[in-house]
Design a protein around this ligand. Structure first.
Ligand code: MSP
Length: 672
């Protein structure tokens, strides 16, 4: 049995997935199902990328800890994959304790070969994409998301990427399909040919990451950490690669990604592996973006469509079909609800659905519910058999080249031809005269056998519908247990008792279906209109400790839908709230959000970090009396210790308003 290791990217667990972010996983699921149907032993990995500054910030925005945020969002991913029928075999979370030794092992191997050194980094960094945007300190926007890149200056550990330029160019030349499609490979070759700079692989200013093995001030750069997930998921770094799993499945056969993360996968990743003397993945395939209103679907831009409403109204199969059929895989594609519903009604309900229901209905009506014997075949049946066999062949060819739209078109040639064949042969007319029995049987056998072939080839694309057709044909097992690579005409046994005809894709009123989808999407959007942080996924605010800094919260956190569960007066008394007077204030380097404050709380002076810099200049707060949570555990923000929390309210636009006093009150006075 050949092994096939397929991976999706590991999704940032900072926000709720939308159709764009589910795209890679849906495509991979279709590929995994197809490979299983070719008899391969498939490992299909997906997972969540749970570390880094974007997670840290998203959590702070919602006044929860990063661990709580990723726990919650991971569940949203798991629920969605279930709803979409994603049959992954492995799910890695980068906060899994078993992941840490893999990251350390990768580093140790690179260090053993002297590819890691300590240096200092200064430049512009995009926190959203975890991308080093420029080594210059001049302001610049992130080329991927368009947000302003932030200034960063840190002492870091570096990876000698520059040492791999020749080996990488050699790889792209000797193994031209390492990066696909070809035009993406060319982009990578030009990027590497222009010269490679060493990259920082540790971060000092954040704590939410895999700890550096022998330096407690550092955590791993989130991409080094996340890419290692492809290894740790199958046992790398664990004893004996978890029973030989690692040596059996590595290297990955296909790593599917979106185009904006190509550099990480086609340049950094092979270099990290080369440095560790590990085999390289066989193929990195970068697909395009799903656009909505001409822009990349993205929550921050507000132009997103969510999967859940679509699945509820027209089913997961319809979404899978639409994405695989309408988007030329590899290119950007436009998402439109109108086009989705058009495909649903015309291709699925009309063409395929009708073929299934008329065939099953006629066998029930004219053949006593038993698949007839093809006793009087003529030229038409021979032609149909040829066309169907050719259709299956081109479906497979297209699918194996990841040309999904072409593959599906080939399957639809079969659907259209069989529908036309039924119109030409008119079995309902043949049935009127017993003298036509043989012809009638042959025609209905040919239609039913075509349907069986279609159920098999379409199983990776529309698995639920394929199952339904299979059952209506009265077949045992499942289409997915049929070897697609051995599929041949004539496998439907005569005499099979078929099932009842039930609509596979009931026709829908397009306008009404779109309205229902949009109404449900609005419900998802409303609880958290302005945040990137996925709070829409959380039905109620978590009753959790706040972080050690007053951080501007989004509108949803400002006016949470429900009051937190009641607590006793004793619980409240545990919170030591004090009046504090701000003695000095300055901005924290590398962020435009945080102020470092020295605050007199009567008994002592405390250092606090407060997320109020967007609303207050340092000089505005010096001398002010504020409210402090004095007994919070200290915590580091951007490497600066915060010993307590400043209390602030949040306006609907997310900006903070400091809590203060109209009458005079001495520093240190307790609030109760
Ligand atoms: N965490 C990194 C990946 C680390 S892999 C070791 C990451 N995560 S992501 O959540 O931002 O993106 C995950 C995948 O979703 C990417 O392949 C990305 O291209 C895909 N998509 C997100 N929005 C998309 C569209 N609108 N259209 C198509 N795919 C897009 O990057």
């Amino acid at each position: 049995m050949a092994k096939f290791y397929l991976t999706t990217p590991l999704y940032y667990a900072n926000s709720r997935p939308h159709v764009g972010s589910a795209y890679t996983t849906l495509v991979c699921d279709a590929i995994a199902r197809y490979r299983r149907m070719c008899g391969d032993d498939v490992v299909f990995l997906t997972g969540t990328d749970e570390h880094g500054e974007n997670i840290e910030r998203a959590a702070a925005k919602q006044a929860i800890t990063p661990a709580q945020l990723v726990e919650r969002n991971r569940q949203v991913f798991l629920d969605l994959w279930k709803l979409l029928g994603i049959r992954y075999t492995h799910f890695i979370r980068t906060t899994d304790p078993a992941h840490v030794p893999a990251v350390h092992e990768l580093l140790t191997r690179a260090r053993d070969h002297s590819y890691v050194y300590k240096g200092s980094y200064q430049g512009r960094y995009c926190v959203h994409d975890n991308l080093y945007v420029s080594d210059s300190t001049d302001p610049i926007d992130c080329p991927t998301c368009g947000r302003p890149a932030e200034l960063m200056a840190e002492e870091n550990y570096f990876f000698k990427l520059s040492a791999f330029q020749d080996r990488l160019l050699d790889l792209y030349e000797k193994q031209p399909d390492f990066v696909q499609p070809d035009f993406r490979r060319n982009e990578v070759v030009s990027f590497v040919s222009a010269g490679l700079k060493d990259i920082s692989i540790s971060r000092r200013a954040i704590t939410w990451g895999v700890p550096w093995p022998d330096d407690p001030d550092h955590v791993f750069y989130v991409w080094y950490d996340a890419l290692s997930g492809y290894l740790s998921a199958i046992g790398f770094g664990q004893s004996e690669g978890r029973g030989g799993e690692f040596s059996r499945y590595w290297p990955a056969d296909v790593q599917m990604i979106g185009k904006e993360i190509l550099r990480f996968h086609a340049v950094y990743w092979p270099a990290f592996l080369m440095a560790a003397d590990l085999p390289l993945p066989r193929r990195i395939f970068a697909h395009g973006w799903l656009l909505f209103e001409q822009q990349k679907m993205s929550k921050s831009k507000g132009n997103v469509a969510y999967c859940e409403p679509i699945v509820k109204v027209i089913g997961a199969d319809a979404l899978r079909y639409y994405l695989l059929r309408d988007v030329v895989f590899g290119q950007d594609g436009n998402f439109s609800r109108d086009a989705l519903l058009t495909r649903y009604n015309s291709d699925l309900a009309n063409d395929l659905g009708n073929l299934a229901s008329r065939t099953v209905t006629m066998i029930n009506r004219y053949c006593g519910g038993l698949v007839p014997e093809a006793s009087a075949n003529g030229d038409l049946e021979a032609d149909l058999e040829m066309l169907a066999s050719e259709g299956v062949r081109s479906f497979r060819e297209g699918f194996e080249q990841f040309a999904f739209a072409r593959a599906i078109e080939a399957a639809w040639d079969i659907v259209s031809r069989v529908n036309q064949y039924l119109v030409e042969t008119q079995p309902w007319v043949l049935a009127a005269d017993p003298a036509n029995r043989g012809r009638l049987d042959s025609v209905l056998y040919a239609a039913a056998e075509s349907l069986r072939l279609l159920a098999v080839v379409l199983a990776p694309v529309v698995p639920e519908a394929a199952e339904k057709i299979w059952r209506q044909l009265g077949l045992e097992g499942s289409p997915e247990n049929t070897r697609i690579d051995q599929l041949a005409w004539g496998g439907l046994p005569a005499g099979t008792r078929i099932g009842r005809s039930e609509p596979v894709f009931p026709r829908l009123d397009k306008k009404e279906a779109i309205e229902r989808i949009e109404a449900m999407e609005n419900e998802i959007r409303q609880p958290a209109p302005a945040t990137e942080a996925g709070s829409a996924a959380a039905p109620t605010p978590a009753a959790t400790p706040a972080p050690a800094a007053a951080v501007p919260a989004p509108a949803a956190a400002a006016f949470p839908a429900a009051i937190a569960p009641r607590i006793s007066i004793e619980d409240f008394a545990k919170v030591d709230l004090r009046v504090g007077q701000v003695k000095s204030a300055e901005r924290v380097a590398g962020t435009d959000r945080l102020l470092k404050l020295i605050v007199d709380i009567g008994t002592e002076e405390r250092q606090l970090v407060a997320g109020i810099a967007a609303a207050y200049q340092p000089e505005q707060v010096v001398g002010r009396k504020v409210v402090i949570v004095a007994n919070l555990e200290p915590r580091k923000l951007r490497g600066v210790e915060s010993n307590g929390m400043v209390v602030a309210a949040t306006r609907p636009d997310g900006s903070p308003v400091l809590c203060t006093f109209l009458e005079d009150v001495p520093p240190g006075a307790r609030l109760k």
